[in-house]
Design a protein around this ligand. Structure first.
Ligand code: NAD
Ligand code: IPM
Ligand code: MN
Length: 386
C-alpha cells in the first residue's frame, strides 16, 4: 500500500488521538476484541508485529481484551456488553478480529454474534469504512483475474457504515395467515449521505482526484437521494472528478477495468458486497484490511476501529491456514489513522511487502508457490522484518 494513500482527510484527522494522553505521548490504549473463529488467530499475529513496533520506535501500547460475538454470547448471553463500548470509547483505537460461526447461526436465535460488530459501528458512530484494495505485483498471478486487468489497481472503497438496510426500521419477521413475512428498511438521511461523501472527496484530493459514487438511482428513492447529494457535495470539490455508476454496472466494471477506479463511495450494503468482490482483485479476503472512522469526541480525538473485511472463516478455523496479513495491514491503518504514527505504519506495510516479495504465502494466496507457510509463521516473518 502506498504510504501516503491513506492519510486522514482533514475532516477525519485521527492523528488527534495522539493527544489522548498528553502526559505520555508515546503511550496508547488499544482495545482488543479477537472474537470468534480465525479472529483470535489473526489478531495474535498483528500483536507480534505491534510488539516489534513498540521496541523499534519506543512506544508503549496498553492493551485491554474483551470477549465479543459468539464468545461473548456463550459467556454473557449477549454479543456486545455496554462495558465493552465504554472501554472502546476510552481507547485510542479498537483492533477487531472477526465474529460469527455455525454454532450461533440458528436463524431463530434471539442474539447473533454479528450484533457485536454492528453495535460497535453504530454506538461508536463509525460511519465511514475505508477499504483499500492494492495489488501487490508479486501476487498478480494469484488472482483469478488476468494480470493485465489487475495491473495498476489502487482503489479505496468508502462504505457508509451506520445507515441503510442494516439499521433502518422497521426490521422484523412475522407470521400471517398467508405465510411468513419479513421486512428490512432502506432509509438514508441527507446528513448521513453528505458526511460520508465529504470523506470520499477529501480522500480523493490526496489521491488521483476521482470519485465514483455508486447507487441504484434508476430504481430506489434512496439511490436518487444519494446521487443528488453526492452531486451537491461534489460541487464543493471542483478539483475532483465525480462520476456516478449504478451498482450492478459497478460490480461488472470492478472485474472489467478495476484500475480505472480511485475512490468509490457507496451505501452500506452495496459496499459490503462490492468489497468482497474487490478482495478477489487482491487475491484473497486475507489481504483486505479496513478502518472504520466517524465522529470526533468533544476533545477533538476520534475512535477508530480496525478489522480485516473477512469473517471468522469457520472452514479453516484452528488449522493455522488463515492469512493474517489483512489483520496486520489493519493494524498498520490504526497506526497511521488513529495514532498518527506514519513512519510506523509504513514500516509494517514495507515488512508485509518484503515477505510477499520473498515469496512467502499462506495457502489462500499460495498458488504454485513453494514457500507456503502457516498463520503463525507468516506473522513471525512480518514481525522479523519490521
Ligand atoms: P468469511 O470471510 O469468514 O470466509 C469466506 C471465505 O474466505 C472462506 O472460504 C474463508 O476460509 C476465506 N477466508 C476468510 N478470511 C481468510 C483469511 N484471513 N485467510 C484465508 N482465507 C480466508 O465469510 P463467511 O464464511 O461468509 O462467514 C463466516 C462467518 O463470519 C459468518 O458468521 C459471518 O457472519 C461472519 N463474518 C464476520 C465478519 C466480521 O466479524 N467483521 C465479516 C464477515 C463475515
Ligand atoms: C463485513 C461483514 C459484516 C457486514 C457482518 C459480519 C455484519 O460482512 O464487515 O463486511 O455485513 O458489515
Ligand atoms: Mn462483508
Amino acid at each position: 500500500m502506498r504510504a501516503d494513500a491513506l492519510r486522514p482527510p482533514p475532516a477525519l484527522d485521527w492523528g488527534a488521538a495522539r493527544a489522548y494522553d498528553p502526559a505520555h505521548m508515546a503511550t496508547f490504549r488499544i482495545l482488543l476484541t479477537p472474537g470468534d473463529g480465525i479472529g483470535p488467530e489473526v489478531l495474535e499475529e498483528s500483536l507480534k508485529v505491534l510488539s516489534r513496533i513498540e521496541k523499534r520506535f519506543g512506544h508503549e501500547f496498553q492493551y485491554e481484551e474483551e470477549l465479543i460475538g459468539g464468545a461473548s454470547i456463550d459467556r454473557h448471553g449477549v454479543a456486545l456488553r455496554g462495558e465493552v463500548i465504554d472501554k472502546a470509547k476510552a481507547s485510542a483505537a479498537v483492533l477487531f478480529g472477526a465474529v460469527g460461526g455455525p454454532k450461533w447461526d440458528d436463524p431463530k436465535a434471539a442474539v447473533r454474534p454479528e450484533d457485536a460488530i454492528l453495535g460497535m459501528r453504530k454506538q461508536l458512530g463509525l460511519f465511514a469504512n475505508l477499504r483499500p484494495v492494492k495489488i501487490h505485483p508479486a501476487l498478480l498471478d494469484e488472482s483469478t483475474l488476468k494480470p493485465e486487468v489487475l495491473s495498476g489497481v489502487d482503489l479505496i472503497v468508502i462504505r457508509e457504515l451506520t445507515g441503510g438496510l442494516y439499521f433502518g426500521r422497521p426490521q422484523k419477521r412475522w407470521e400471517t395467515a398467508r405465510g411468513r413475512q419479513g421486512v428490512d428498511t432502506l432509509r438514508y438521511s441527507e446528513k448521513e449521505v453528505e458526511r460520508v461523501c465529504h470523506v470520499a472527496f477529501q480522500l480523493a484530493r490526496q489521491r488521483k482526484k476521482r470519485v465514483t459514487s455508486v447507487d441504484k438511482a434508476n430504481v430506489l428513492r434512496t439511490g436518487q437521494l444519494w446521487r443528488e447529494i453526492a452531486t451537491e457535495v461534489g460541487k464543493q470539490y471542483p478539483d475532483v472528478t465525480l462520476e456516478h455508476i449504478l451498482v450492478d454496472a459497478c460490480a461488472m466494471y470492478l472485474v472489467r477495468r478495476p484500475a480505472s477506479f480511485d475512490v468509490i463511495v457507496t451505501e452500506n450494503m452495496f459496499g459490503d458486497i462490492l468489497t468482497d468482490e474487490a478482495a478477489m482483485l487482491a487475491g484473497s479476503m486475507g489481504m483486505m484490511p479496513s478502518a472504520s472512522l466517524g465522529k470526533r469526541r468533544k476533545d477533538g480525538t476520534g475512535i477508530g476501529l480496525y478489522e480485516p473485511i473477512h469473517g471468522s472463516a469457520p472452514d479453516i478455523t484452528g488449522q493455522k491456514k488463515a492469512n493474517p496479513l489483512a489483520m496486520i495491514l489493519s493494524a498498520a491503518m490504526m497506526l497511521r489513522l488513529s495514532l498518527g504514527l506514519e513512519a510506523e505504519a509504513a514500516a509494517v506495510e514495507a515488512a508485509v511487502d518484503s515477505v510477499i516479495k520473498e515469496g512467502y504465502r499462506t495457502p489462500d494466496i499460495g498458488g504454485a508457490s513453494s514457500h507456503v507457510v502457516d498463520t503463525v509463521k507468516m506473522g513471525s516473518l512480518v514481525a522479523e522484518r519490521v
